[in-house]
Design a protein around this ligand. Structure first.
Ligand SMILES: O=C(O)C1=C[C@@H](OP(=O)(O)O)[C@@H](O)[C@H](O)C1
Ligand SMILES: C=C(OP(=O)(O)O)C(=O)O
Length: 438
């Protein structure tokens, strides 16, 4: 796909069939984790196959601002870390990246005078930070924030000594993950008690996996309610490879499931901890002909799909694209326990329902669930991408099956996690036009 305009709408045309093989893009969540851990190590690490997305670029810029030396070459990042001492009095511009914002706010406990700002006041600027700020305050840090504990936030008074601390994982697992990244480099470490309804468990396990791969000792209770990290440890510099991304790949596999043809996504580790690996089980349960050979997953489209009822929290970043499979299925699908979807780049329950209704797809919501029923998708419609990369993926998939072209506004926000998404869809046979916008 030729170079895309800075800002654009996308017009997705109805498509008869899709076929081909695409290499999974690098995992967003592991790119975030491995780059941060490498920066917290002293010495030089190589992080191979990092994502090249807006969130990754925001993190690289922040880590460099804190004193890491990072060279990118051939898709790999050569990182000389700042260890336990990020530079003081530093402004970190996190873009619209939620995990980056939360992780760096917590790591700011290692230094003093860190200001975290966003360029997306209507998206990341609306997302909660309060539970993390409460934990940082309890650790003796001075925290100043915008109204309601939102960005911009300044953290001063570090380095914190560490010790016992509680944090809620009710609104986001990222607060806990952030504290875990800081913990080993605090003199007394952290003895964390997790409060509230624990959500997004898989990313927490990805964080624990990352710490252990970087040689950090962690003792976590089976239910993750209590996690102890001894202090005065070091992250081990080394050679690390980012695995394939399941949330973005789920979009391509859903595309393959809802149209005739055969779509293969390669580079998906069958033992990966990413929760969105479960999207493959959900597609199978809906009736998809889905097979795996090693790290390649193949979907043969066209078989009739039926609705399912599932707890969507374990695969939170695939719920939206799975709504496109639900819209192609017989009967209705309900995702339960997905209240945190309201706290992401947009309100992924109400805004998703609104766009589905605009496309003639039946959808209902409760405080913590979303129901989508199968049926025809109305074309020749313009829908709102809500500045949300995963909403844009969903709307694109619905456009593939619509009765006419579907125009998605603000489609350039796809770059947050998956700049190649439209190119990958086209490589599989979809027709996508790009309308430059000022
Ligand atoms: O830890 C992470 O990398 C993430 C955790 C999840 O967020 P929540 O924990 O807020 O659900 C997920 O939605 C996000 O894309 C990335
Ligand atoms: C919510 C997401 O990311 P983040 O929380 O990092 O903004 C996402 O990737 O869907």
């Amino acid at each position: 796909m030729p170079d895309l305009p800075v800002r654009f709408d996308a017009v997705v045309h109805p498509t008869a069939r899709l076929s081909g093989t695409v290499q999974a893009q690098p995992s967003k969540n592991y790119t975030t984790r491995f780059l941060l851990a490498a920066a917290l190590a002293e010495g030089e690490s190589v992080v191979r196959g990092v994502a090249s997305s807006e969130d990754a670029e925001a993190l690289l810029s922040c880590l460099r601002a804190w004193g890491a030396r990072i060279e990118l070459s051939g898709g790999d990042a050569y990182v000389t870390g700042f260890g336990a001492r990020p530079s003081p009095d530093t402004r970190l511009e996190v873009g619209n990246a939620g995990a980056v914002a939360r992780f760096l706010l917590a790591v700011a406990a290692l230094t003093s005078g860190t200001e975290v700002v966003t360029d997306s006041p209507h998206s990341l600027g609306q997302r909660p930070m309060g539970d993390l700020l409460a934990a940082l305050t309890a650790l003796g840090l001075t925290v100043q924030s915008a109204a309601g504990g939102r960005l911009p936030v300044t953290v001063s008074g570090g380095p914190a000594l560490g010790g016992p601390v509680s944090v809620s994982a009710e609104q986001s697992s990222q607060f806990l993950s952030g504290l875990l990244f800081a913990a080993p480099l605090l003199e007394r470490g952290l003895d964390i008690t997790v409060t509230g309804h624990l959500r997004s468990e898989p990313p927490i396990r990805q964080t624990l996996d990352t710490l252990r791969r970087f040689g950090v000792q962690v003792e976590a209770a089976t239910d993750l309610r209590r996690i102890r990290v001894p202090g005065a440890q070091r992250y081990q510099a080394g050679d690390y490879r980012v695995p394939g991304d399941y949330p973005g790949s789920a979009a391509l596999l859903v595309a393959g499931a809802i149209l005739p043809g055969e779509v293969t996504v390669a580079g998906l580790d069958p033992h990966d901890l990413q929760g969105e690996r479960l999207a493959l089980d959900v597609l199978r349960e809906m009736g998809t002909d889905l097979r795996r050979e090693g790290d390649a997953v193949t979907v043969r489209g066209g078989s009739p799909l039926h609705g399912v009822t599932r707890d969507g929290d374990p695969f939170t970043d695939a719920v939206q694209v799975l709504c496109a499979a639900a819209a192609a299925a017989e009967g209705c699908t309900t995702w339960h326990n997905v209240a945190t979807l309201r706290l992401k780049e947009c309100d992924r329950i109400s805004d998703t329902r609104a766009e589905l209704l605009r496309l003639g797809v039946q959808a209902r919501e409760t405080a913590d669930s979303l129901t989508v029923c199968g049926g025809a998708v109305r074309g020749n419609v313009t829908v709102d991408g809500h500045g949300d990369h995963r909403m844009i993926m969903l709307l694109s998939l619905l456009g593939l099956r619509a009765s006419g072209p579907v125009t998605i506004t603000g489609a350039h926000h796809i770059r947050k996690s998956y700049p190649e998404f439209f190119a990958h869809l086209q490589a599989l046979g979809a027709r996508v036009d790009v309308l430059a916008r000022s």
